[in-house]
Design a protein around this ligand. Structure first.
Ligand SMILES: [Mn+2]
Length: 435
């Protein structure tokens, strides 16, 4: 990990210096930030570090400041260790990344900025709380700086890919246990807790709110509160882990013997469709093209299983796959589970044109070498969306309503992996740990 990190920080520092040069800046400060309190409360919200800080430094503590400027042998890391007997304080014990920085420990956040600001030089700061830096003459980083960093963040270094791989490995352990517990008849909440137990995560460590949903709850796309409910037939789990700030985002759907045979067949087929789509993650492919393929494959599947009638073209023309699959095929993943730059066209920050057939998509860019994206087709029976089809006379005739009614109690299916695009062919970071 140490060698990979050294390559990473060297490359990222050079990129940052080139950005500074292009923007006529002398130095860039990146602050990890401080947590805010809940409204009218003295309790802090869960702290999430500034992702631009984590991009350069894996320590996820608060109050640290990184300074990048030309002529430094290494980036300077001002490491915050307050004299605080109320809270645990960041310590310098994790050694693989420390040699890459010129580290200065400080303990008073109010006093640090006057000491470290290069007054009279052109300074930019990326911080969730930039007030103290601005008082010392820093400008909050311009959009041009942020967009260029975002562009570089989208293609992952070997170090970043290893972190995402490890995050996948950890989550896979939780997913395997979750499946076993579902087949034993455990409750949603018991599985949710056991997932945390297996991955060693506290809720604050999770990349996003885990979704643990049985039966009809699986048709609520972001079902947030796992309950005491035990399963009848189906189980959807969308849960990931983090490693050194990097996320995994994995979904699996399972059935037991009580599932409707058509629902079980849909699951088997969607799994094959998902694996095919993962194979199509390639350098130079527009993500929206994969979205279109997913739509037409889901239309074919609805016809094959007699959920719908007519031709796939007819279903797509009437936007019927959207009723069963009302979300995007996936997103970039990295330090943020929905990582930056999903629509970015170039380093300057121009945005891809929104295709008229997919006005809701957040991922539109052309896939580049070492981009990591999720591939997550789904197929759901969502009462609210099905009602819309019912009242449209043409669409109404294209659906096998008797079968749809039978399938409603089984909720839905989603299968999601994390895939690296490479010229030599895609690498699936999830399936190497989880079938
Ligand atoms: Mn996802």
């Amino acid at each position: 990990m140490k060698d990979l990190f050294q390559q990473h920080i060297l490359e990222k520092t050079q990129q940052a210096l080139a950005i500074l040069d292009s923007q006529k800046l002398d130095c860039l400060y990146i602050e990890s930030g401080f947590p805010e309190n809940y409204y009218l409360d003295d309790q802090p919200m869960l702290f999430k570090s500034n992702p631009h800080f984590l991009y350069f430094c894996p320590d996820d503590g608060q109050g640290h400041i990184l300074k990048i400027e030309a002529g430094q042998a290494k980036p300077k890391l001002y490491f915050y260790q307050p004299n605080d007997f109320w809270h645990e304080v960041s310590s310098l014990t994790d050694s693989f990344w420390q040699d890459s920085f010129d580290i200065h420990v400080f303990n008073e956040s109010q006093k640090i900025w006057p000491e470290i600001a290069n007054k009279g030089r052109r300074m930019a700061v990326i911080s969730p709380n930039p007030g103290h830096a601005v008082e010392q003459g820093c400008d909050p980083a311009s959009n041009a700086v942020i967009q260029q960093l975002n562009w570089y963040r989208s293609s992952k270094t070997a170090y970043e890919i290893e972190c995402i791989r490890e995050a996948n490995k950890r989550a896979a352990t939780g997913h395997k246990k979750a499946k076993a517990l579902f087949l034993e008849g455990a409750s949603e909440i018991a599985i949710f807790k056991e997932f945390m137990n297996q991955t060693g995560a506290r809720e604050a460590d999770l990349p996003y709110n885990s979704i643990v949903a049985f039966d009809e709850n699986a048709s609520i796309l972001h079902y947030q509160t796992p309950k005491q409910k035990t399963p009848h037939a189906t189980f959807l789990i969308d849960a990931g882990a983090r490693y050194k700030g990097y996320c995994s985002d994995i979904t699996r759907t399972h059935v037991n013997d009580n599932a409707h045979p058509v629902f079980a067949a849909l699951l088997t087929s969607l799994d094959l469709i998902q694996k095919d789509l993962c194979q199509e993650v390639a350098v130079g492919v527009e993500y929206v093209e994969l979205q279109r393929k997913a739509f037409s494959k889901i239309a074919d599947l609805l016809i094959e299983t007699k959920v719908a009638f007519g031709s796939a073209e007819e279903l797509v023309a009437k936007n019927i796959p959207f009723t069963f699959y009302p979300h995007g095929l996936g997103h970039p993943i990295g330090l943020q589970v929905h990582d930056v730059g999903g629509k970015q066209l170039n380093p300057q920050g121009d945005i891809c044109q929104q295709p008229s057939d997919f006005p809701f998509l957040r991922t539109l860019r052309t896939i580049k070498e070492n981009d990591v994206v999720t591939i997550e087709p789904g197929l759901y029976f969502i009462p609210m969306l099905l009602e819309n089809l019912k009242v449209d006379p043409h669409c109404n005739k294209l659906l096998n309503w008797k079968l749809v009614e039978e399938l409603l109690p089984f909720g839905g299916i989603r299968i999601e992996d994390n895939v690296v695009a490479r010229s030599a062919g895609p690498e699936n970071l999830t399936r190497q740990f989880l079938s």
